[in-house]
Design a protein. Structure first.
Length: 178
């Protein structure tokens, strides 16, 4: 099963997504963040401290499909977060066209979804379309790409939760048409 937990910054996405795997025996946390400054190092340390010791952490900033494939027997996989992952893909592919980056991203999302029948995969993402219009062209292109990735994941997901001020709002649930 694929689940999507989406919301704004500091909305409680990670905490809630992690709670979905609380009963899992050997949950896997795929972390997409890169330590690029002291502020990000502090954020990562806070996330790590919030995870119980039975969680296996896999640091994978680019190949989430490969990481999921390597851990498909885990029963519960949390990917946190698609926004940082997509940002990493954009940086790595900065010489490529927007279409090529989008194709690469969508191929990985499809591969992750194919693993879902054997494993509950929860993806965390930022809802980037509710804020200000980015000032730069590259910012607007990223916002649009993230929106398309989020739409694709939401379509593939059996359940979608929107986080609002720490409260999960079920947007899509199994057996309910959305």
């Amino acid at each position: 099963m694929v689940s999507l937990v989406i919301g704004g910054a500091r909305s409680g996405k990670s905490r809630f997504a992690q709670s979905l795997g609380a009963a899992a025996e050997h949950p896997v946390y795929i972390a997409t963040a890169r330590v690029e400054d002291s502020e990000m190092a502090e954020r990562i340390a806070r996330h790590q401290a919030d995870r119980p010791p039975q969680w296996t952490t896999v640091e994978e900033p680019l190949d989430i499909a490969g990481a999921v494939a390597r851990h498909r027997g885990a029963g519960f996989i949390l990917i946190d977060c698609l926004t940082l992952w997509l940002s990493n893909l954009c940086w790595e592919g900065r010489e490529a066209s927007e279409a090529a980056i989008e194709d690469a991203a969508m191929r990985q999302i499809e591969c992750v979804a194919k693993t879902a029948p054997a494993t509950h995969v929860v993806l965390v993402s930022n809802e980037v379309g509710c804020g200000l219009v980015p000032e730069s062209a590259v910012g607007r292109a990223f916002r649009d790409l993230q929106g398309r990735v989020n739409q694709t994941v939401a379509q593939l997901a059996s359940q979608v939760f929107l986080m609002v001020a720490g409260i999960p709002v079920a947007v899509k649930q199994p057996g309910r048409r959305s």
